[in-house]
Design a binder for this molecule. Structure first.
Ligand code: F6R
Length: 630
């Protein structure tokens, strides 16, 4: 999703600021690359004019353009990485967009929902447009207000006032940053439903979609509230609401190290993040229980009495996070006996769901900014539900708007495809389930303590899988020509199978499907032909009922039709060997916790196969890290 950076510095030598805006902005855009994008652009104010460059494709294309046509040195600039929504990823549609005769430049993250209506209005006034974007309409509106309504008069509030008036007309989700040639030492920004953070420097100030945009310069940040406008100069940060009333942001200290966002010696962020997983799970478990094994989820601000009255849980999430939700359902229903549904956030609010004050909504989001999930949570709150957010990004919108939050501590996840956040989400969901079971008396304290002890052993077990990754990597590399791979699982193995398929689709761009193994005979088995690779997530033979035997039967069904079977099984499960071309063993663990282990070989497989095809595993095509549009 779009990345945004803004900068204003001093030129008078009183302070040690005065960086060239171009350098600061480009560096910020580099750090924000993880959000996913398909074009980039930058504008600086210098010598009484706006100069801008923009290019489709990766930042290197923009840098080549800047080498060919350099920008002047400047102390004020804005930059943007665009993830196309309105209009394709072309040079023309890239941001910044200019208005007011080229004197104003604007960048935008989000979607202006009433852009068509505003465009008609502006066309009628004789405004012309160069792109297909909603952003250019916002730029033109801002320019029109600045020039025609305020007469370009700084005494009437200048760009800040124009931004307030423009925002009063805009509908949808937007972060906007604007500069104007008349006010060379000012960047004005607005925020509704999309993220924006201010970075406080010494004699310089910054804006970013998140703190990565300025982490190299300052660790003091101000989080803006909903519907706020901020005007930054080198010395000041002024915040108002859309109507000009003074407003306040929330200042905080950024406590993560920029080095933790680097690759740590691995060829890709994704590989590093797969290897971060023992720590991601460990960090998420840390400090959540006392020595007697009693869970103490202090950040869950919901009154425990209210949690006791919950009669239904709905987990809301998208993509990989929704698969974490599917795993959570098995655990929560088993431990707490509370009916638990898992719903894709974007489907939820459009079907008139049955939600009331006894419903607990558990949203799961790595970024905390996924618009589909945010909107679903807001809807549920309006219906009176209690909302808990499981989230990896401190201070992001979804946890801020929820009644309570359980942060995962996976650290920044840079690769677009989620890996360590997934395992951390499952871990946090287990903690929530156990906490509810403790609170409601569904489990004895000793039982909870035992499960926590099993969870405590998971990081070392993940490490063992990682230590033996060569075998699965080799298989992934050898299958670079595969056209389609199927994944089967039952019970908690089913969401693991779907996650395995999603990783392969998004990284290697090949057809992959995850099925409930029992569903196969109801149709999908028709896909099986000679040589079709099929991964099967086999449950523990020590586990419940006849689950293991059933899955072994499913393996036989597909093998009989020519499938090449690749099995993920528990150490000691010798029986499956007879039915598999390849077996990858994972350490023994209770069935409900097994997804924390079984997922890992599937991630490594997808990474190895995609890398063998020469694809960029950190930034797969068409994808964005943080999906802030519906
Ligand atoms: C897949 C992936 C996505 C996200 C989904 C939700 O690898 O990363 O499917 O899981 O877009 O994102 P968050 O968790 O940020 O709400």
């Amino acid at each position: 999703m779009c990345g945004i950076v803004g900068y204003v510095g001093h030129s008078d030598g009183r302070v040690n600021a005065g960086h060239n805006a171009l350098d600061v902005v480009l560096e910020g855009l580099r750090r924000l690359e993880y959000r996913g994008y398909d074009s980039a652009g930058i504008a600086v104010v210098a010598d009484g004019t706006i100069s801008s460059r923009k290019k489709s494709g990766k930042l290197n294309n923009l840098i080549s353009e800047l080498e060919a046509r350099p920008l002047p040195e400047s102390l004020t600039g804005i930059g943007h990485t665009r993830w196309a929504t309105h209009g394709g990823p072309t040079d023309q549609n890239a941001h910044p967009h200019l208005a007011d005769g080229g004197k104003l430049a604007l960048i935008h993250n989000g979607i202006i929902e009433n852009f068509a209506e505003l465009k008609q209005e502006l066309l009628a006034k004789g405004v012309t447009f160069q792109s297909e974007t909603d952003t250019e309409v916002a730029a033109a509106l801002l320019g029109d207000i600045y020039r025609n309504q305020l007469g370009g008069d700084a005494a009437k509030g200048g760009l800040t006032r124009a931004m307030q008036l423009a925002c009063q007309r805009l509908e949808g989700a937007f972060t906007l940053l604007a500069v104007h040639a008349d006010q060379p030492d000012v960047v004005v920004a607005a925020r509704r439903n999309s993220p924006l953070v201010v970075g406080l420097g010494e004699g310089e100030n910054f804006l970013g979609s998140d703190v990565s945009g300025f982490i190299d310069y300052t660790r003091r940040a101000v989080e803006l509230g909903q519907d706020q406008i901020v005007t930054i100069t080198a010395d000041a940060v002024d915040i108002t609401d859309f109507y000009g009333a003074p407003a306040q942001g929330k200042e905080y200290e950024v406590n993560w190290d920029p080095a933790s966002a680097e690759k740590g010696g691995f060829p890709s962020f994704m590989e590093k993040e797969i290897h971060d997983q023992p720590d991601a799970v460990l960090q998420t478990l840390l400090g959540r229980s006392d020595i007697h094994g009693k869970l103490t989820l202090d950040e869950l601000r919901i009154d425990p009495q209210l949690l006791k009255t919950v009669d239904k849980i709905i987990v809301l999430a998208c993509g990989t996070s929704a698969y974490a939700g599917q795993v959570a359902k098995y655990a929560i229903e088993n431990w707490c006996r509370i009916p638990t549904e898992v719903e894709l956030s974007h489907e939820f609010r459009y079907r008139d769901p049955i939600v009331d004050e006894n419903t607990l909504i558990v949203s799961i989001s790595q970024s905390g900014e996924t618009m589909d999930t945010l909107m679903a949570v807001r809807y549920a709150k309006e219906q009176g539900a209690k909302t808990v957010s499981i989230c990896n990004t401190n201070g992001s919108t979804i946890p801020r708007e929820s009644d309570a939050v359980l942060y995962t501590h996976a650290g920044p996840e840079i690769a677009v495809a989620s890996t360590k956040a997934f395992l951390a989400q499952i871990t946090a969901a287990y903690l929530l389930g156990l906490y509810l079971a403790q609170l409601r008396g569904n489990k004895f304290q000793g039982e909870i303590k035992d499960i926590l002890a099993d969870l405590g052993k998971i990081p070392a077990k993940i490490q063992r899988i990682l230590d033996n990754e060569a075998q699965i990597k080799e298989l992934g590399q050898s299958m670079a020509d595969a056209k389609s791979v199927l994944f089967l699982g039952r019970h908690v193995g089913f969401p693991v199978a779907m996650e395995g398929a999603l990783k392969l689709k998004e990284l290697a761009y090949i057809h992959a499907e995850g099925f409930a193994a029992g569903e196969l005979k109801h149709g999908p088995i028709a896909l099986i032909e000679e040589g079709q690779p099929v991964f099967v997530v086999v449950p523990s033979p020590r586990g419940r009922d006849s689950l293991h035997a059933k899955v072994v039967s499913n393996i036989q069904e597909v093998r009989a039709r020519g499938a090449k079977t690749i099995v993920i099984a528990e150490e000691g499960d010798e029986a499956v060997k007879a039915y598999a071309e390849h077996v990858f063993y994972i350490p023994e663990t209770p069935t409900l916790l097994a997804p924390l282990l079984a997922t890992v070989p599937l991630q490594i497989f997808a990474l190895a196969l995609a890398s063998a095809k020469g694809y960029d595993v950190d930034q797969p095509r068409n994808l964005a890290k943080s999906v802030t549009v519906e």
